[in-house]
Design a protein around this ligand. Structure first.
Ligand SMILES: [Zn+2]
Length: 295
């Protein structure tokens, strides 16, 4: 049994297919000003687990141990949240502050109840976990290998304005769930952060001790480490490495992602390979992607 305690419980009992994998929370806009979708869903073949009104009131229709069919092929693994609004302009209307707060609470609850990671889903691929939104699984926005979450071509759900608010929803959910993450002002995930720390440890091992203050107060690899690392890496690596630092300086990527880049470069070195332009471009593609600039 999993009912979010902050919701008005309006159970719709006809959806009884087990939700065995819970890999993400998917956010939607209902394109409705109705205060509830209970009547509509009661007579429909589709349904969401949650509905969030503009005043922040939450309704839950389906226990999260069951599937609520709002996401086509994503139904088997996603907790779905519909939100009131989007009638006048679904693409440009943001969620209200009360909706953002309620969405964050639902995500924090999903994290603590089901272990959904409080990170943004970059795509709808079956292995992707976290907090996402419907459009990720809608053509033509869907990536290659992404799961199809709608048959409606070009559906913007929940719309560009709301998609821009997803990082704020996640940041607030992290605070509510008590997760402590460095405040980088950028998006990188818990697992990426762990990867970064691991990369820093690996870098230290390979290039020698560069001092104790590897990360600064925000958990970002410090300038001192960056400055100490450069001369120790070989010429080809340096070239890409400097490009990474320059990109960081231009705020195209955050310094923490430099650690990811360095890790990748060291992997190439360790395998005895030489770094080609394609390798560098590949690395940069990943790095930009992790900070959400691919959208
Ligand atoms: Zn939707």
């Amino acid at each position: 049994m999993a009912w979010y305690p902050g919701a008005i419980r309006k159970e719709i009992t006809k959806f009884r297919t087990p939700l065995l994998i819970r890999r993400g929370v998917c956010l939607h806009v209902a394109v409705s000003e109705g205060s509830s979708l209970y009547s509509f869903f009661s007579g429909a073949a589709v349904c969401s687990h949650f509905y969030v009104r503009k005043d922040g009131t939450v309704e839950q229709y389906v226990d999260t141990k069951y599937q609520a069919p709002a996401n086509l092929y994503g139904n088997k693994s996603l907790i779905s949240v519909e939100t009131q609004g989007g009638v006048r302009n679904a693409d440009s209307e943001p969620w209200t502050a009360a909706q953002v707060e309620s969405l964050a609470k639902i995500c924090a609850w999903a994290n603590q109840t089901h272990g959904i990671p409080l990170v943004q889903m970059p795509d709808s691929k079956p292995t992707t976990k976290g907090v996402g939104y419907h459009r990720l699984g809608v053509d033509p926005y869907r990536v290659d290998g992404g799961e199809k979450w709608s048959n409606a071509y070009g559906k913007v759900c929940p719309g560009a304005a709301k998609i821009k608010q997803v990082p704020a929803v996640i940041a607030r959910a992290r605070a509510l769930a008590g997760e402590t993450l460095p405040d980088t002002g950028e998006l990188f995930t818990v697992s990426q952060y762990e990867d970064i720390l691991e990369a820093i440890a690996g870098v230290r091992e390979q290039v020698g001790n560069v001092g104790d203050n590897v990360t600064n107060s925000r958990g970002v690899i410090s300038d001192r480490v960056i400055n100490n690392l450069g001369p120790r890496l070989d010429k080809v690596t340096d070239h890409a490495y400097n490009a990474a630092v320059n990109s960081a300086a231009n705020r195209q990527i955050i310094p923490a992602n430099t650690a990811v880049l360095v890790e990748r470069l060291l992997q190439v070195q360790a395998s005895g390979g030489t770094l080609s332009r394609a390798d560098i471009e590949d690395v940069f593609k990943d790095v930009r992607f992790t900070v959400g600039e691919a959208a």
